[in-house]
Design a protein around this ligand. Structure first.
Ligand code: AMP
Length: 454
């Protein structure tokens, strides 16, 4: 797809072609159409994804260059980033002779920034302090035409303590459109931004994430997790695969078979000593190994580049765990695949994941081959053997049922009962997970203490 598909003028397409940009990057494809319509967006995009042009293109397309008034303000957390963005923007000026773009950052003396007062720039790029100085405190520029505010590397802006500057800018500008970029998106960020920046219209803000992640459910038939992983590694030959197991005791037979089959892997778990864990991380980062056999501890916090595949040897009991595992692949807009193994005994877990709305497709591992089979899950008999629930949980479910029981059948009555039961079940699932994590962390602390004593 070329840039011509967006409704932008030929001049802009010509400029992009002259830079050698033949087609939009994935993040540009996602951001540009909405940004051209004036929508606010929260974009997860790191440096190198083409993020700068994902806001420059719509800004230039929407700017009236016959009007010598600020129309877009781009805030960056560092002068280096501000300069780079400014240079990227200035490159368009060859095609837009009336374009006036200014760099207002701590890099230059403020008196140099003031020279444009008589003919104000249409696009301003800068660092927070200087922008506040010139746009808020001196109040020398007409700001009623500012339509777009870009917060580049917003996570850094806030971490570096520029929150108040950004707030006063946002209040003063009152731009209708906010394009907020961040390498990571924390939950509820939109809600927080809405609260902190009443001057910005975050209503209907779209969250744009890399989304290069594909989800697959794999029916491993009767071969067992260990053999399935060996077959998967041979069939798929991943660049870097993290294979997760919920239970430590399940990892041993998998590790044994991998070793017997001569498949190289790194082992990582909370049970390792801190020294061994660090060593394992170094090994993983060295890029020499294609497989890491790990517990859920590696699904959080530790940043690993280049993970192409994630395998869930079992479906974790809570959806958050699955998301954390899968999220290790496809970081930074790269493509990644998450494979969740199941068989006849665990088909209910697979259905549970599916019910969460994750867009899975279906595979079977057949004769050592990974084969796409869209009907594989339907073919599985419903209703696997149910495990007996703990006594306490059964009691609480009975109470929940009794409390929601009505003499007369009311609308939503069944739903209410169902909801109450689900709540109890969720509570017990969480309890089980917490206990498992505590056990794993406990093991790791015990090892640490033991090693310290040595
Ligand atoms: P950024 O993510 O903004 O740091 O951009 C990374 C690099 O990608 C910059 O050097 C841009 O010149 C380049 N770039 C941006 N968009 C495109 C594109 N559509 N095609 C090729 N290169 C691009």
């Amino acid at each position: 797809m070329s840039f011509a598909r967006f409704s932008i003028d030929k001049r802009l397409v010509g400029a992009l072609e002259s830079f050698g940009y033949k087609e939009p990057s994935p993040i540009q494809e996602k951001v540009i159409p909405g940004a051209l319509r004036g929508e606010s967006m929260l974009v997860q995009a790191p440096t190198g994804s083409g993020k700068t042009h994902s806001f420059l293109i719509p800004i230039i397309a929407r700017t009236d260059f016959d009007l010598p008034r600020p129309q877009a303000v781009i805030v960056a957390p560092s002068r280096e980033l501000a300069r780079q963005t400014y240079e990227f923007c200035r490159a368009f000026a060859r095609f837009y002779p009336k374009m006036r773009v200014r760099l207002w950052s701590s890099e230059t003396d403020v008196s140099q920034n003031e020279e444009g007062k008589s003919l104000p720039p249409q696009i301003v790029v800068g660092t927070p302090g200087r922008l506040v100085d010139l746009l808020v405190q001196r109040d020398d520029y007409p700001l009623t035409n500012v339509r777009t505010l870009v917060l580049d590397e917003a996570d850094m802006l806030f971490e570096e303590g520029y929150g108040d500057d950004v707030k006063s800018l946002a209040d003063r500008l009152g731009a209708g459109q906010a394009l907020v970029y961040s390498a990571t998106l924390k939950p509820h960020l939109v809600a927080e931004l809405k609260k902190d920046f009443p001057g910005i219209d975050f209503e209907g803000t779209k969250e744009v994430t890399p989304g290069g992640l594909s989800h697959h459910l794999v029916d491993i038939k009767h071969v067992g997790k260990a053999r399935a992983l060996v077959d998967f590694m041979k069939a798929r030959r991943p660049y870097l695969c993290l294979a997760f197991s919920s239970k430590k005791e399940d990892m041993k037979p998998v590790a044994d078979l991998l070793r017997n089959e001569g498949i190289d892997y790194v082992y990582f778990s909370g049970a390792l000593s801190e020294r061994d864990r660090k060593k394992a991380i170094r090994e993983i980062r060295s890029g020499k190994h294609a497989l890491v056999l790990t517990s859920d501890l590696l699904a959080r916090g530790i940043d690993l580049a280049g993970v192409s595949d994630v395998v869930s040897l079992d479906v974790p009991p809570e959806i958050e765990f699955y998301s954390h595992r899968a999220g290790r692949a496809a970081r930074f807009g790269e493509k990644g695949d998450s494979w969740a193994f199941y068989n006849s005994d665990t088909v209910a877990d697979a259905r549970r994941l599916l019910a969460e709305g994750i867009p899975f497709d279906y595979y079977v591992l057949k004769g050592g081959e990974l084969v796409s089979d869209p009907t594989s899950l339907e073919k599985k008999a419903r209703g696997p053997k149910k495990k007996a629930l703990p006594e306490e949980e059964v009691k609480e479910i009975k109470i929940a049922k009794a409390l929601t029981r009505k003499k007369r059948v009311e609308p939503m009555h069944r739903k209410k009962t169902q909801f109450a039961i689900e709540k109890v079940k969720r509570k017990y699932r969480r309890k089980a997970i917490k206990a498992a994590i505590r056990a794993e962390i406990g093991r790791s602390y015990a090892m640490k203490a033991k090693n310290k004593k040595k």
